[in-house]
Design a protein around this ligand. Structure first.
Ligand code: SF4
Length: 353
């Protein structure tokens, strides 16, 4: 499978993880438990790690959340990002207490002097800062200059803050340029990527519930990744953060950037279909979640187009009248009754992990 040529960015260290450089595109999400509830937040971070997150962001909204954050850093399996708004003292405290990265919107954190101090603090802690530029909260200067929250305005805002941080010598910087509309997000990231080599955190912000958010995320993040742009992603959904991780994995896998499970190919069904394909494919999809091998598995509904696609796959099923043909690496392995197709596929998967 061909994959996009990734644009070369500088590598930024976030705890034990690298973002950018030659590192794989990393996956992240944000906890939605109460940030003062240590037990619930730790459980969720562990679930996210298990699901495939590479780093996790946790809100630190007030001083009471700081000791909880500290304990999470000490006990959780992934680098933690502290999400800070408005209060630079909280950013300082999060860094003092082990944040691998802090995510700030530099426009709401207290002016240039405070940003410089924060950059020096991050440098001394060997931590990273994400400059999170959001179309919904751009500073007056750029809104006036560009007559609104345009992609150009977002890039100008990010460039201004980068200059402040660079002047302090801090290089461990990640940038995000997010808008709730997909095309502005794509355009802003493309523009930024032309002139800067800082790693980009991609996402379409406030993308909505899964019914629309998955599509917005897949289009916005996917278009940029296909251009070779993007080093870490968050699929923003009004849903469990675990859904965000699942979606992120599917986006990366569909572009061949990372492989997590076998690739499932199945036909859309039509009037020729000889089997109740939808439940069968759902069962196969659940089965394949248990495997990591980079296999192509095809499940096709009839003998017209089915065998061709099934032969191309590593393992393929092509349904026919009451029976189905099982293929392995292009060769017919056997013919089985339709109600035995899933079991036959399981047997062929034996030996793969
Ligand atoms: Fe229709 Fe057969 Fe194609 Fe499936 S494989 S869409 S059943 S023609």
């Amino acid at each position: 499978m061909e994959q996009p040529d990734r644009k070369k960015t500088r590598a930024v260290k976030v705890g034990k993880l690298l973002i950018g450089g030659t590192a794989p595109v990393s996956i992240q999400s944000m906890t939605n438990t109460r940030p003062h509830d240590y037990d619930a937040t730790l459980v969720q971070i562990k679930e996210l790690a298990e699901a495939g997150a590479d780093l996790v962001r946790v809100a630190v909204p007030d001083k009471e959340a700081v000791p909880v954050f500290k304990k999470l850093v000490q006990n959780c399996p992934l680098p933690l990002v502290a999400d800070i708004h408005f209060d630079p003292d909280l950013a300082d405290l999060a860094l003092d207490n082990g944040a691998a990265k802090i995510r700030i919107n530099p426009g709401n954190i207290g002016g240039i002097k405070r940003l410089e101090a924060l950059a020096l603090k991050a440098k001394s802690c060997n931590a990273a800062i994400r400059i999170g530029v959001n179309a919904g909260s751009l500073e007056r200067r750029v809104l006036n200059k560009f007559k609104g929250a345009t992609a150009e305005a977002m890039v100008d805002s990010a460039a201004g803050y980068l200059e402040i941080f660079e002047n302090t010598g801090l290089k461990n910087l990640v940038v995000s340029l997010k808008a709730s509309d997909v095309y502005t997000t794509i355009k802003a990231n493309r523009l930024f990527s032309k002139d800067h080599d800082y790693p980009l955190h991609l996402g379409v912000t406030e993308a909505g519930p899964p019914s629309t958010g998955l599509l917005k995320g897949a289009i916005g993040i996917g278009a940029l990744l296909a251009d070779g742009i993007g080093d870490t992603i968050r699929v923003s959904l009004t849903a469990s953060p675990l859904e965000e991780i699942k979606a992120a994995k599917k986006i990366l896998q569909s572009l061949g950037l990372r492989i997590f499970t076998p690739d499932l190919i199945s036909c859309p069904t039509c009037g020729r279909c000889e089997v109740d394909l939808v439940p069968l494919v759902n069962q196969v999809e659940r089965l394949l979640e248990n495997y990591k091998a980079p296999l192509k598995v095809a499940v096709m509904g009839c003998a017209v187009n089915g065998p061709g696609e099934a032969k191309e796959a590593d393992i393929g099923i092509s349904a026919g009248k009451r029976k189905g043909i099982l293929f392995k690496h292009g060769k017919v392995v056997r013919t089985v009754e339709q109600d035995q197709l899933l079991e036959a596929l399981k047997q062929e998967l034996n030996g793969y992990t």
